[in-house]
Design a protein around this ligand. Structure first.
Ligand code: THU
Length: 133
């Protein structure tokens, strides 16, 4: 059974409810499916030492890697203060996603117009850093 976009979005919303966003109050949740048809989730975890906080995507990717997943098939990201608002992955998370993405990877998010949109990693992070072979 393949994992539907709706399932990932609902899972990301549930992950977001667990966010520890004590300082920004901006709660983010991420849910991704991997090449093994497993779902992994993450939420942002802030810290009193602000730069130590981590992003939702970071947590979901770490959860994928530790269970053996190496490719993001689809990732859904949701964020907002109280209600969901536009939430695109930060620059660092674009690079993190790029590490485990290919041209088929789908990145789902709510854009500035309030609509769900689908992106590729190349559209979000063109010419991303790669070590030479
Ligand atoms: N945040 C994420 O979790 N993912 C992103 O891609 C953007 C920002 C979090 C970090 C911080 O806890 C809060 O959102 C406000 O920046």
């Amino acid at each position: 059974m393949s994992i539907s976009d709706l399932q990932l979005i609902e899972t990301a919303k549930r992950a977001r409810e667990r966010a520890y966003a004590r300082y920004s109050n901006f709660k983010v949740g991420a849910a991704l499916s991997d090449e093994n048809d497993q779902i992994h989730i993450g939420c942002n975890v802030e810290n009193e030492t602000y730069p130590l906080g981590s992003c939702a995507e970071d947590g979901a990717i770490a959860a994928m890697v530790v269970t053996g997943g190496r490719r993001i098939v689809t990732i859904a990201i949701v964020g907002g203060y109280d209600e969901l608002t536009a939430c695109t992955p930060c620059g660092g998370c674009r690079q993190r996603i790029a590490e485990f993405a290919d041209e088929r990877t789908r990145i789902l998010m709510i854009d500035e117009s309030g609509d769900w949109t689908e992106h590729t990693i190349d559209s979000l992070l063109p010419s991303s850093f790669r070590l030479p072979d």
